[in-house]
Design a protein around this ligand. Structure first.
Ligand SMILES: Cc1cc2nc3c(=O)[nH]c(=O)nc-3n(C[C@H](O)[C@H](O)[C@H](O)COP(=O)(O)O)c2cc1C
Length: 333
């Protein structure tokens, strides 16, 4: 009998277990406000339900076009960069797993060698450049991404006031505030689609349109940019309503499953990014773990689309999910 494949939750559990064995714990400290955005995002996602129609199902198609590439799934790998505990070449191996699953990967901080190796796997790669104080460095990184064959380039604007490590802010000596007129100039000088990552307000989303960005990522950087920054699922529908016809809206921060992807698509996202989940999947089983995770997320998405009567991604609408308010008082059975 062939061994059964790990499910999504089993992949996460195995990744966590393997990391813990090597002394790495990824849980937020309890009883603090540090994980508040993530917790609220989870609660909101879990309050959304589906109304299945099981008669005469039509198997759904989860494919889409993004940055001129045909992808098998709207679940992509959000911008990743190396953390001290991650093994050498880990991001290139993640890129390989992502490509095998028919998806796309974004890379954050990192050098040209790593970027080239990731591109050489054949996986579509996006470079997200930091909001550096030094404008020349931003231009250098954007040109590098362009010349090496990235499918798009962008900036995580939400780290312009530094990054959070727990509740400590650091990195402000190299990252700095960005002016929209300067970014407009930058965007006008690249042929690649430009992404603004870290949008949580309608105002920033509209500015992204004005400066010529073609994509935004609604994101709170996995609760790593601003304590109590809006949970992505709360910010997403209003931003999608405001600018969704003018540019492509992606989302990340706190999404874990294929059903989460469905819900984000229902709220106006074209595709959904996964960050820590990919790190866990890699810790579970390297490139194959990443490939399996994306395949399992996509399989769950496909099954739910089929059950709900959405034959393709563009038919997923806000009305495809139903919010069930939390029960008040004691449950009685
Ligand atoms: C190990 C790691 C490194 C990251 N590095 C970057 C980066 O360099 N640039 C960036 O824009 N986002 C970076 N992020 C944030 C992700 O792109 C993404 O916004 C976030 O992880 C999504 O939330 P999730 O982890 O809950 O899926 C990183 C995330 C992780 C887990």
């Amino acid at each position: 009998m062939s061994e059964e494949q790990l499910t999504i939750s089993e992949i996460y559990a195995k990744g966590k277990e393997n990391l813990e064995k090597s002394g790495v714990s990824l849980t937020f400290p309890p009883d603090s406000n540090i994980g508040a955005s993530s917790k609220e995002n989870r609660k909101y996602l879990d309050s959304l339900f589906f109304e299945p129609k099981f008669f005469d199902p039509v198997e759904a198609d989860t494919s889409l076009s993004l940055f001129g590439r045909r992808l098998r799934t709207p679940a992509f790998c959000s911008a990743l960069s190396m953390l001290p505990f991650m093994p050498e070449n880990c991001l290139v191996d993640i890129a390989r797993g992502i490509g095998n699953a028919g998806s796309l990967m974004m890379l954050g901080i990192g050098g040209s060698g790593e970027l080239q190796n990731a591109i050489d796997t054949g996986t579509p790669i996006v470079k997200i450049v930091k909001p550096y104080r030094k404008t020349e460095l931003i231009y250098e990184k954007v040109r590098d991404a362009e010349s090496r064959g990235c499918v798009a380039v962008g900036m995580d604007i939400d780290h312009s006031l530094g990054r959070l490590r727990g509740d400590r802010v650091d990195g402000t000596e190299i990252r700095g505030p960005q002016r929209s007129d300067e970014l407009k100039q930058l965007i006008s000088q690249t042929k690649l689609p430009f992404i603004i990552k870290g949008v949580l307000s309608i105002s920033d989303a509209q500015k992204a349109v004005e400066i010529g960005a073609s994509v935004i990522v609604v994101s709170n950087h996995a609760a790593n940019s601003l304590l109590f920054g809006l949970p992505s699922m709360i910010a997403l529908p209003r931003i999608a309503d405001s600018v969704g016809k003018k540019l492509t809206v992606l989302v990340d921060s706190g999404f874990k499953t294929g059903n989460d992807v469905f819900k984000a698509l229902a709220f106006g996202a074209a595709a959904v990014g996964f960050g820590w989940s990919m790190v866990l999947a890699f810790a579970a089983d390297g490139s194959s773990g990443v490939e399996l995770l994306v395949n399992q997320i996509t399989a769950e998405l496909c099954r739910t689309m089929t059950a709900v009567g959405c034959p393709n991604l563009s038919t997923i609408k806000r009305s495809s999910v139903i919010q069930v308010p939390p029960m008040k008082g004691e449950r009685s059975f």
